[in-house]
Design a protein around this ligand. Sequence first.
Ligand code: ASP
Length: 337
Amino acid sequence: MSSIGNLFARTALLWALALPTIGSAGPTAIVIHGGAGTIQRANMSAEVEAQYRQTLTTAVSAGHQVLVRGGKSQDAVIAAILVMEDSPLFNAARGAVLTNQGEAELDASIMLGENLNAGAVTGVKRVRNPILLAERVMLASPHVMLMGAGAEAFAETQQLALVDNAYFHTERRRRQLQQAIAKENGVAIIEPSSDSHERRKYSTVGAVALDQQGNLAAGTSTGGMTNKRFGRIGDSPIIGAGTYADNRACGISATGHGEYFIRAAVAYDICARVRYQGVTLEAAANAVVHGTLLDMGGDGGVIGLDPNGEVVYAFNTTGMYRASIDTSGKLDVGIFR
Ligand code: ASP
C-alpha cells in the first residue's frame, strides 16, 4: 500500500475506533424552577415578568452549556442554581425570605442519580452559595446533612465564600416579613402594588440535569418560608422530600409548602412510582402533585427529568417560574399555568 493509502487506512481505523465513543454521548437536558405559587399575569408588570424570564433563561443556559461541553449533570445543576442564588428575584441566598428574627436562614441539597450520593445543609446564615456547601458535604465529608454553625465551620475548611447575613437581605423580603407579622397580629396592611404578584409564593430554586453519560442530578436551594421561627426546616434540604435523583427512575426538585412535601416524601414518592409501578414520570408527578398533595391541602410543584431526558413540570398552583432546554436543544420558559 502507498504511504497515502496507508495514511487513509489508518485514519479510517482511528475514526472507526472513535465512533463508538462519539456515538455513546447520549442526549442532554436540563429543567429548572424558581418557585411556585399564586402567580398571576394580571398582578405582574411586564417589567417584572421580563426580569424573571431573563434570569430563568440565563440560569438554564448556564447549566446547558456545561452539558453540551460534556460536563457532569451535577455541575450543570450547580451552574444553574448559582445564577438564581445570586439573583435577588428568588428565595434562595441573595433575596432569601426572612425569619421572624429578620435573618436569612438557608437550606440546600443535591443528589446524584448515578450512585445515590447526596449532600445537604440547613439553617446556614453566612454561606454565600449554600448549593456549593451541599456539594462539598456530598464530596468531602462522610455525611449527608450538616446544620447551622457546624455547617459553616465546615464551609470554612472548604474555602467557600462567607458573607455577613445582611448580604442576603432585600427590601422586598423585609416588607414581606412585616406584612406576615402584622397579619399574625390581626393588622391588615395594604401591600405595595410592586409586591402583589408575590401572594402565597414559594420562590425556592431548583434544577435537574441529564448529562451525556446518562447521569441524572437534582438540586434545590431556599430561604424557606417567610416569618419561620424556632429553627423551622422545610423540604428543600431533605433528601426524598425536596430533592431526589436515581438514574433508574428520575430526578426531581420541588417547591411549595414544605411541611406537606416532607410528610408526603414527594420527590422520592415520584421516583418510586416510576421505578416500581413502571408509570411515566409525567403520570407519577401528576399523581403526587394533583393527587396526594392536593388531598392533604399542600400547594406547590415539582420539576423532573426521566433517564431519557423527558422534561416534566407539575404544579397545583396558578404558576411556577420554570425553564428547560430539552434533548433537541429547545428552550422553554414559563411562569403562568
Ligand atoms: N419548599 C420551601 C420550604 O418549605 C419553600 C419554597 O418552596 O419556596 O421551605
